[in-house]
Design a protein around this ligand. Structure first.
Ligand code: PLP
Length: 240
């Protein structure tokens, strides 16, 4: 199931409000994106910090294991990560998943940078790891992927049980997002604008051909399209 939220920002807040109770603990990795801790505090939840360290901003699995206890309700995982740019490896996500399963903890993931990857970095959804599908709420948005950060179109994806709870909180925070902003044609214009800028630069550098393909068509409203379609919606720029 998925639910459209007013950006990923409100998605995370609605997930925290809908899925936790005052007195719970929620684990966050530090440095932590700036909205999470205020969200937790407003929900009456105690943040438990686990540091990311070193050149690769890794966490110590023992330190993470110690952060879990009987009060832990959830862990928030932001990958790719703001502010470090870290992309959690499958092995790291495996450690997190094992602990979630062991302690019956849910995960709230913020994946707004899922399509902004450099070099060989590969984004893995925590929800795709064994046992995590039904205990993960995956949150993302159009903002970073399409350079429309002011549009505040986000979504929460997960099992009906989890996403219904997000929706129950969302209903009393914003009620609904602005439907005119969910029409896709302007997004295509954004694509074209970005594409012509990229191609213009390449042609100036002496490249002769530059083409772009839409991998998926968009239906009338983003609220109506499948998440799978949304997540595969990207353009391929070919330079010969
Ligand atoms: C990690 C992270 N999550 C969420 C957001 C905000 O997303 P949205 O504009 O969809 O609310 C940002 C914006 O900087 C971000 O860096």
């Amino acid at each position: 199931m998925f639910w459209v939220t007013s950006g990923a920002t409100e998605g995370v807040f609605a997930a925290v409000l809908g899925l936790t109770d005052p007195g719970d603990e929620v684990i966050v990795f530090e440095p932590v994106y700036d909205t999470y801790v205020p969200n937790l505090v407003m929900a009456g939840v105690t943040p438990r910090y686990v540091p990311l360290r070193g050149e690769n901003w890794t966490f110590d699995p023992d330190e993470l294991a110690k952060a879990f206890n009987s009060h832990t309700r959830a862990i928030i995982v932001n990958t790719p990560h703001n502010p470090t740019g870290k992309v959690y490896s499958r092995a790291e996500l495996g450690v997190i998943a094992d602990l979630c399963l062991k302690h019956d903890v849910i995960a709230i993931t913020d994946e707004v940078y899922e399509h902004i990857l450099y070099d060989d970095a590969v984004h893995t959804r925590l929800a795709t790891l064994p046992g995590m599908e039904d205990r993960t709420v995956t949150i993302s948005s159009l903002g970073k992927t399409f350079s429309v950060t002011g549009w505040k179109i986000g979504w929460a994806v997960g099992s009906a049980a989890l996403v219904n709870s997000v929706n129950q909180a969302h209903q009393f925070i914003t009620y609904a997002v602005a439907s005119p902003l969910q029409r896709p044609p302007p997004l295509r214009s954004v694509y074209r604008l970005n594409f012509s800028t990229i191609c213009g630069r390449l042609i100036k550098r002496g490249e002769t051909r530059c083409s772009m393909r839409f991998k998926a068509r968009v239906s009338k409203f983003f609220t109506r399209i499948q998440y799978e379609v949304l997540s595969h919606l990207f353009v391929r720029v070919e330079v010969n």
